[in-house]
Ligand binder design. Structure first.
Ligand SMILES: [Zn+2]
Ligand SMILES: [Zn+2]
Length: 267
């Protein structure tokens, strides 16, 4: 008969196992919060570190280079011209680069940025993204400008800053490419994409973005690089790129601090 007071801790569904796991998660969350406030500790492993992330964590998470789809930057398990998704539904953007995969534990870096420690962390994320982009992109295929994906007015008020803009700033400084922070505007507030069923997501974003023409510059004939913190389905970036192409943009690149792996991808 099973021992109800002492269920096997190795059984994943046992109450004790679940309590143990949630306790561990809580402790790790608390440690992470502390690490955010204590200088000299790695944000991912909480060990002593001179940088925000120690060399060991950086090597195993951020520097773990994998084969990526040139079009949408999703990790691919086998070399191919583009991933299956881009083959079936080519996005309106032409090229994508990313710093790292948006998965545990490195996803915590993006979450930490959004929780407010933006200055140092955005600089660090911008540097990782810059390091992940081959030098020839900036030499032979350089964009005319970097434009951060705009937040909705409501989200901007809640957060107080746009994380995409904070990542674009160091990227502009490192690459020497001009930053146009306000060139794209949200014409209306949209519902958060994650709150909607898949079929409604595209409709939610249609005609949601416009070009701020009063700046005196136009997208026509230009190579525009959009900057964002994370790309998941890519629908927002697809909609913005569609708007840019309709306005005559020659080429649209997408530069991302992190990219979600495709579902079920073990990479
Ligand atoms: Zn570490
Ligand atoms: Zn792709």
């Amino acid at each position: 008969m099973a021992d109800l007071l002492h269920p096997a801790t190795t059984e994943p569904h046992s109450l004790r196992y679940r309590l143990l796991q949630s306790g561990r998660a809580l402790l790790s969350g608390i440690r992470r919060e502390l690490a955010l406030q204590i200088p000299g500790a790695c944000l991912l492993c909480q060990q002593d570190s001179t940088g925000l992330v120690c060399d060991k964590c950086r090597e195993t998470t951020v520097l773990r280079r994998v084969q990526r789809c040139p079009r949408c930057a999703v990790a691919m398990s086998a070399p191919a011209a583009v991933c299956g998704q881009c083959l079936r539904h080519p996005p309106a953007f032409d090229r994508s680069f990313t710093g790292f995969c948006y998965r545990a534990p490195a996803d915590q870096l993006i979450l930490a940025l959004k929780f407010g420690h933006r200055t140092a962390l955005a600089g660090w994320l911008g540097q990782q993204l810059f390091d992940a982009i081959p030098a020839h992109y900036w030499q032979d295929d350089a964009p005319d400008c970097l434009i951060p994906v705009p937040l909705s007015k409501q989200r901007l008020q809640q957060r107080g800053f746009n994380q995409a803009l904070e990542i674009a700033r160091p990227l502009s400084r490192l690459s020497g490419v001009e930053l146009w922070p306000d060139a794209i505007l949200r014409l209306r507030d949209t519902a958060p994409q994650a709150s909607l069923p898949l079929r409604e997501r595209r409709q939610n974003l249609q005609h949601a973005f416009g070009w701020r023409a009063e700046q005196g510059v136009l997208p026509a004939g230009r190579h525009i690089a959009l900057v964002d913190d994370v790309m998941t389905s890519g629908m927002t970036l697809h909609e913005i790129a569609t708007m840019l192409k309709l306005n005559g943009a020659r080429r649209v690149s997408v530069l991302l601090a992190a990219r979600t792996p495709s579902p079920g991808d073990a990479l």
